[in-house]
Design a protein around this ligand. Structure first.
Ligand code: JFZ
Length: 603
């Protein structure tokens, strides 16, 4: 009886867990389908433009939206910045139209940033925009209406942890002047809970709430209990509203958190199976700053978006409108370029996912993937570096594609390719069809299996066999990272006999010449460097290495890593081959090894 009881209980627990998981997946489908959104940082700080009484932002991380805190501004002076606002020009619909034109599917707006000022008509705090404007403007309301009108999802940023306005909230100088949990809870119950209630009650569907606590709750004033209270409130008022991990609960800790937020401007590094997002700026600050011009290029922004989608992630790209509501030309230019690109390449981004291949296997760009309803699969090869040879090598899939075409070509005219083993070689037009990123589509009859753990042919037609694409990975601690400002490249030190192995695929019988980049200590040639493959071996003495100055006219030296021709390997047929490198330095001599380079010999 008790046993049965406990089994049922355990079963119920897992069913519940599963349900919570599928619920979360269902909730976030629109989000992962969208891939690209707009962040808007706009508030009183926008009126300062990064300058206070002639002084620029203090502190190294000089985010313009932090000026109230950084430059120790008094509240009664800070609100005077609102006098700079041109209310006749301010129209949130223009922001929505800009987002739409840029191909963004959702907007996240700073309803309340750290300064504590609410950009809606908040009953819970008179520190709000309606109270401070002649026409009693409610920007959240206006934005919500515009989003609804144009089919854009609305998310709201709400700074829950930091609030520089409420007397018992957490401002960082409380670390000196102290604050107790009871006091802080006053802020929580008086401001956070009622304000989030307002936002989720009076503005229609809120698709997402974006909180901003980048420190674990164990390490700061917010308690787990308070976070749970907030989370339960959201689930009660709008069960479908997404919550980001900067609420202060990680996805591991709480499966009810919908997506992980990476650090500011941090890009994805590996494929993840849960939803995640990079918040990104076009220049540096999030709020408007007149003193920055470190604009990222359209190409690099596009690369960042594609990089994330190729690893199952989203990107939310920020604009910081001015106090007249306008968006800087530099931002608009970039958003228009991305939007135009998405008009013809959106298929490779929206509802697209990561493919299974290692992100570094093919060196010309990134891959996204889509399973079609009819069972077919499309792989989108985002070619960053259009090969000058006119041939694109795509390694890792053994299934033969049914067809290949350029995504932006309206007629989807097939392009020629050949397929052998795990290599598709695609004939490309001499000129890239798109000046930013061109996309080649490969269509497969089903979901193709992929092969990992080998060293692929690169964009120039050779194989770079290095410390990162070994058959058996080295322990990371044995790899000496690039040093001396990068003038000494990544390498390993070898003092006694050592073997390294790689796998390569060749599509036909061929000869590959083999070079090695290394530095060997000693005054004369000695020791052995051997390369073995199935058909023949190469053996050569190591050539003593020289030094080089780090920079012209500088007094520091580094090992000179030079490329040495070792000989030729024969490959009698197409297929996979193991390349084994055996290094045998002499006693008390050291070999610093970097890479092997295999390149087809001219016939
Ligand atoms: C936060 C805000 O402080 C900033 O103003 C902006 O809204 C941005 C989107 O989020 O910035 C951060 C986030 C993370 C860290 C520091 C500042 N962090 O991890 O140290």
């Amino acid at each position: 009886m008790t046993k049965k009881f406990y089994t049922t209980l355990i079963l119920l627990f897992f069913v519940g867990l599963l349900q919570a998981q599928t619920q979360a997946t269902k909730r976030s489908t629109w989000f992962t389908d969208s891939r690209f959104g707009m962040f808007i940082h706009w508030g009183i700080y926008s009126g300062a433009e990064g300058l206070w009484k002639g002084e620029k932002l203090r502190y190294e991380n000089n985010y313009a939206e932090w000026i109230f805190y950084r430059n120790s501004i008094a509240k009664h002076e800070y609100v005077k910045l609102l006098d700079n606002f041109k209310w006749d020009n301010i129209d949130p619909e223009k922001w929505v139209l800009t987002a739409k034109k840029a191909g963004m599917k959702y907007i996240i707006f700073t309803a309340k940033h750290h300064d504590g000022f609410a950009l809606w008509n908040s009953k819970a705090s008179n520190y709000n925009i309606s109270n401070y404007t002649k026409d009693k403007r409610d920007i959240v309301k206006e934005l919500a209406a515009a989003c609804r009108k144009h089919g854009i999802k609305l998310g709201l940023y709400y700074s829950h942890w930091i609030d520089w306005e409420h007397p018992s909230a957490w401002s960082h100088d409380k670390e000196i002047y102290t604050i107790d949990n009871q006091q802080y809870d006053l802020y929580w119950q008086e401001k956070v809970i009622p304000q989030v209630t307002e936002l989720l009650s009076n503005y229609g569907n809120i698709s997402l709430l974006w909180f901003d606590m980048w420190i674990h709750h164990d390490k700061t004033i917010v308690s787990h209990k308070q976070l749970m209270q907030l989370k339960q409130l959201i689930r009660k008022l709008q069960p479908d509203c997404l919550i980001n991990s900067r609420l202060g609960l990680s996805l591991d800790e709480d499966s009810d958190i919908d997506f992980k937020t990476l650090n500011d401007n941090e890009l994805g590094q590996k494929k993840e199976d849960f939803p995640w997002q990079s918040p990104a700026t076009i220049a540096h600050s999030w709020g408007y700053s007149a003193y920055e011009n470190d604009w990222k290029s359209s190409t690099s922004l596009l690369h960042n978006l594609i990089n994330n989608v190729s690893l199952n992630g989203n990107m939310v790209l920020n604009i910081g409108p001015r106090a007249d509501g306008s968006i800087e030309q530099e931002s608009k230019d970039r958003l228009n370029t991305i939007g135009k690109w998405l008009e013809t390449h959106g298929e490779a981004i929206y509802q697209a996912q990561a493919f299974d291949l290692d992100k570094n296997l093919n060196d010309w760009g990134k891959i996204t993937c889509k399973k079609l309803k009819n069972g077919k699969t499309r792989l989108y090869l985002h070619v960053y570096n259009w090969p000058i040879s006119g041939k694109l090598y795509f390694s890792g899939v053994s299934e033969q594609p049914q067809k290949a075409y350029i995504l932006s070509s309206k007629a989807k005219t097939p392009i020629e390719f050949k397929h052998q083993g795990i290599l598709s070689t695609i004939d490309l037009p001499a000129e890239a069809p798109n000046p930013y990123v061109s996309v080649i589509v490969l269509e497969y009859a089903d979901y193709p299996e992929s092969r990992c753990n080998f060293a692929a042919i690169n964009n120039t037609g050779g194989y770079n066999l290095n410390l990162r694409n070994l058959q058996h990975p080295l322990s990371p601690s044995s790899i000496i990272k690039a040093g001396k400002f990068g003038s000494e490249p990544e390498h390993i030190l070898i003092k006694s006999t050592q073997n390294l192995e790689w796998q390569i695929y060749v599509e036909k019988a061929c000869h590959l010449s083999v070079d090695a980049s290394y530095h060997y200590t000693g005054n004369k040639a000695g020791g052995n460097i051997n390369v073995f493959s199935k058909e023949n071996d190469i053996k050569q003495a190591m050539v003593p290495g020289r030094q080089t100055v780090g920079e012209p006219n500088m007094n520091w030296h580094v090992k000179k890593f030079e490329s040495h021709c070792l000989g030729t390997l024969h490959f009698p047929d197409k297929g996979f081959y193991t390349i084994r490198l055996q290094m045998e330095p002499e006693k008390r001599k050291t070999l610093a090894f970097q890479w092997l380079w295999l390149f087809p010999e001219e016939q």
